[in-house]
Design a protein around this ligand. Sequence first.
Ligand SMILES: [Zn+2]
Length: 328
Amino acid sequence: MIAQCCVQHTKCGPLQAPRLPTRVIDVHERESATVHLHISDPDGEFADYLTLSYCWGGEQPIQTLRRNIQNLRNNISLVELPQTLQDAVQTTRLLGYRYLWVDVLCIVQDDPDDKSREIAMMAETYHNSTVTIVAPNSKTVNEGYLTQRKQPPFFRMPVILPDGEVGEVGIGHPCQWAHFSWELMPLSKKAWTFQESLLARRIIYYGPYEVLYCCQTLGFIRLLPSYIQYGDNEIASLSDICCSKDKLECWSEIVRQYTLRHFTFPNDRPYAIVGIASALEEAWAQKYVFGAWSDRFLEVLTWFNVAGVPFHSSLQKSDRAPSWSGYQ
Ligand SMILES: [Zn+2]
């Protein structure tokens, strides 16, 4: 499905391999017990890579620091990685790719210059990656996502089969288990993961009940579904949003969903959405100005706090956005 998407779907991105981020994990061969941190050629190195969107959920057992980066470039034992990262390595290998980008290992966590440089490029890193693995239901990096999926909560009833035997069918409403209930999952509460999912060209989504594939052309598709769905998918892809007729309504919904998310650092609020704003600037041919849009500027100024999210005093004092901006 990914190969078909890369070759046949013009909306889903270029056929050429993307430029690698500054660092990626080289996942080695399928049976290898190790991986290593690969430093990309600064003059430009081009290859497919995967990205991971996940919850840290506290202190990380292994991270790239100035003092251990050389060791990690030589060798990382797979068993040293927390379960979610082990699962991501496994997924990358099984899909036939060599490189994986994960923030905790590909950004030097105790180097402020490296952090600010790499964070500024994160929207591009996710947008350029061949596939983004999304692990929405793991509260911490230790939980992993390649676990047994739960059975959807169907109401089961007996039926008489054509051969006269008694069989069983299940009926359920997808809001109880399907992907659009992901607003309730741990990952969907994190502000930075909002644009990671929305900017991704292709997503493999490991939900608690089902595994989904999503690209800009097909939208969300169930992999190996065990039931028939009636009705449409309900999550819009970025290309749907870009084409939406009422841009202001669409932007309001993006802001509403974004505002409900949790910020570890409140000052990140204007920044964790700029990747989406940049994509829309290009698609809508409009200028984005601190949360407003140039051709609907007066209307956007009438924003109000519908989500009931409290204002942060640190932001009220901030001089990074004008007083009329919703970022204050
Ligand atoms: Zn596609």
